[in-house]
Design a protein around this ligand. Structure first.
Ligand SMILES: [Zn+2]
Length: 200
């Protein structure tokens, strides 16, 4: 009979640990060094993939932890076990979340042993500025995680008013920053949200 692997031995194989973080709650920490491109950890040890147009998926999408995958699937993590879903946000992340196929966390730059593994949440909200304060501690921390657009923004979006021009400058600043961390898709979401709000 093959010997059962002890829990301790198994733990030694897991390349990350989950423990309290100075950023928020529990975080994910590297137990070894990683190189850019390495898969660090699965988004969740168990994850369900549901067609995005079902009621179950729509209800699940109400939580911040579900992922949209390839435009037509929703990945729902089983959060009874720790996984990459515990990664904290940073304004200067060292990893990113990928949702094509299996949800997973991959390095975008080298990560040293003991370093916290962080990702960029990229949440776009409506009329909730300051909803998610950021305590990532990065040099260029925005102090807030979400990118918010308001009804007033939607009214002046793409107009030649002083408000419209101020909004455009804000969008240009976002664009520059988001491009610098390869998160341009957040800008697309922000612009399509503004466009949708204007049409209402
Ligand atoms: Zn921050």
């Amino acid at each position: 009979m093959p010997q059962r692997t002890s829990r301790k031995a198994l733990h030694g194989l897991v390349p990350v640990e989950f423990r309290d973080s100075e950023i928020a709650g529990r975080g994910v920490f590297a137990r070894r060094a990683f190189r850019a491109g390495d898969v660090v950890v699965s988004y969740a040890p168990k994850q369900r993939r549901l067609p995005a147009d079902t009621d179950v998926a729509r209800v699940a999408a109400g939580t911040k932890l579900t992922l949209l995958s390839e435009g037509k699937w929703v990945i729902v993590p089983d959060t009874s076990e720790p996984g990459g879903w515990l990664c904290n946000h940073s304004c200067a992340p060292n990893a990113a979340l990928y949702s094509s196929g299996e949800g997973r966390i991959q390095c975008i730059r080298p990560i040293a042993r003991g370093e916290e593994v962080t990702i960029f949440y990229g949440w776009v909200t409506r009329n909730q500025p300051g909803r998610d304060p950021c305590r990532c501690g990065a040099a260029g921390c925005r102090r807030v995680i979400n990118f918010d657009v308001t009804d007033a923004d939607a009214v002046c979006f793409e107009t030649r008013t002083a408000e419209g021009e101020a909004l455009q400058r804000r969008i240009d600043e976002y664009a520059e920053y988001l491009c610098s961390i390869n998160q341009e898709q957040v800008l697309d979401t922000l612009l399509s949200t503004l466009a949708a709000m204007r049409r209402r």
